[in-house]
Design a protein around this ligand. Structure first.
Ligand code: SF4
Length: 421
């Protein structure tokens, strides 16, 4: 039997019928390994994407000793290890516990917390410290027996007011306000509940429990708040759409560096270069990169030489791909290798974004499931077995162009489609 890639955070169309969630979600964890075609896969939750250098090195050691030597950052700022032997679970758990990365066996899959990654070593002036929120919420979740009833997909987002992680449409979003106050947004609601100073973490936790209690009382079973948008009162405060602005790649205005990983993957040696540059603390981002708040700008050339993306303005901007071969036997192609060749070729030819004309995002998929594709208008590149099908899709008009091309012509077709307005 073929094994697909592990479940990704799923997209549910607003207003669609509530999906059947009677079965438990199948999200992998650090203790519940997923069987993939390249071996077992472990997903290690990292609340807020926060890692010390010692913890990051422990993950690299586990990847090298127990897995295929690579580390993968997910769209929630967690880390996946692949190619693990099926019987390595005990040793992996011991390594994670020793590094402080497995504080609870019972709650490890519900520690889904993303947080604004910075910039800067501390909180922005006048705003809440979302890293402190992340640590406190993690501890409170792990100390709450009822929280094991949440699905492994239920997501908390802690936004420092910039609107970066608020744009992820998490189940419970805290948006920091002035003087320690916050707004609490439930799912995709257009309004929010005001939260008094000092109550932010408790309010987020209470909302998750309220969700479980209300759906139990109604005889419903959902994984996400957005699946039951009328279940809980959303609050009276109107919300502006979140900015969705991410920290720029390279040196950050408030200090520190932000680098991207190509398709979110780093070999252990590359990862060690990242840890070395970090000088203490790493914050993995939901955009498959890392903010290094203590790293000086002088580290950028070494990080670029190690294969990290250190500047925007290339064809790699807005590019993503599913796992493909060899990790997923459903795939008709090694889509990441094909995509990397196409993107490197386009970058070398200077076919990146031009001033005033951004490129459409692009996503490569090995089969029609299109795991991990971004929301919104994009170029969809689907392996066919004989080449690729390239289409512009996801806009208000749906799919509006499609061409079938050989591998050799795919890069040019993608570059042309990305310039579609
Ligand atoms: S989209 Fe990619 S990773 Fe997902 S099942 Fe298909 S081939 Fe596998």
């Amino acid at each position: 039997m073929l094994a697909a890639m592990p479940p990704e955070p799923d997209a549910v169309v607003p207003g669609a019928a509530v999906p059947d969630r009677a079965r438990s979600d199948a999200c992998p964890g650090a203790l519940r390994l997923h069987t993939a075609d390249d071996g077992a896969l472990a997903r290690v939750r990292l609340p807020g994407g926060l890692l010390t250098d010692r913890q990051a090195l422990a993950l690299a050691g586990a990847a090298e000793t127990l897995g295929d030597g690579r580390l993968e950052i997910t769209s929630r700022g967690n880390v996946q290890l692949r190619g693990l032997a099926s019987d390595c679970g005990g040793e992996l758990a011991e390594r994670l516990r020793a590094a402080g990365l497995l504080p609870s066996d019972t709650h490890e899959r519900v520690r889904n917390i993303v947080a604004s990654p910075g910039p800067g070593a501390g909180p922005a002036e006048g705003s809440a410290d979302v890293r402190a929120w992340a640590r406190a919420l993690d501890a409170a979740l792990c100390a709450s027996p009822w929280a094991t009833g949440l699905s492994g997909k239920f997501l908390f987002a802690l936004d420092d007011g910039r609107g970066d992680v608020a744009a992820l449409d998490a189940d419970v979003t805290l948006i920091a306000g002035p003087d320690g106050t916050a707004l609490l947004r439930l799912g995709r609601a257009a309004t929010a509940r005001p939260v008094p100073a000092g109550r932010a973490v408790a309010a987020a936790l209470d909302a998750a429990r309220e969700f479980l209690d209300a759906q139990r009382a109604a005889g419903l079973r959902a994984w996400h708040l957005r699946e039951l948008p009328d279940l809980l009162p959303p609050g009276p405060v109107p919300l502006a759409p979140p900015a969705g602005t991410r920290p720029p790649l390279g040196a950050l205005p408030g200090g520190g560096l932000h680098v991207g990983l190509r398709f979110g993957v780093a070999a252990a040696g590359q990862w060690r270069a990242l840890v070395d540059a970090a000088e203490g603390e790493l914050r993995l981002t939901p955009w498959r990169g890392a903010v290094l708040p203590g790293a000086p700008a002088g580290r950028l050339p070494a990080l670029a030489a190690a294969g990290f993306r250190t500047a925007a303005g290339t064809a790699w901007d807005g590019a993503s791909a599913c796992t493909g071969l060899p990790g997923c036997a459903k795939s008709r192609s090694d889509v990441r290798a094909d995509a990397a060749r196409a993107l490197d070729g386009s970058t070398a030819r200077g076919a990146g974004p031009q001033p005033g004309a951004a490129l459409l995002p692009v996503h490569w998929s090995g089969c029609e499931r299109r795991c991990g594709h971004p929301a919104g208008r994009r170029v969809d590149v689907l392996a066919t077995g004989e080449g690729y099908r390239v289409a512009v899709t996801g806009g208000p008009q749906g799919r509006d162009t499609a061409v079938e091309v050989t591998n050799e012509l795919m890069a040019a077709a993608v570059a042309a489609a990305r310039r579609t307005t």
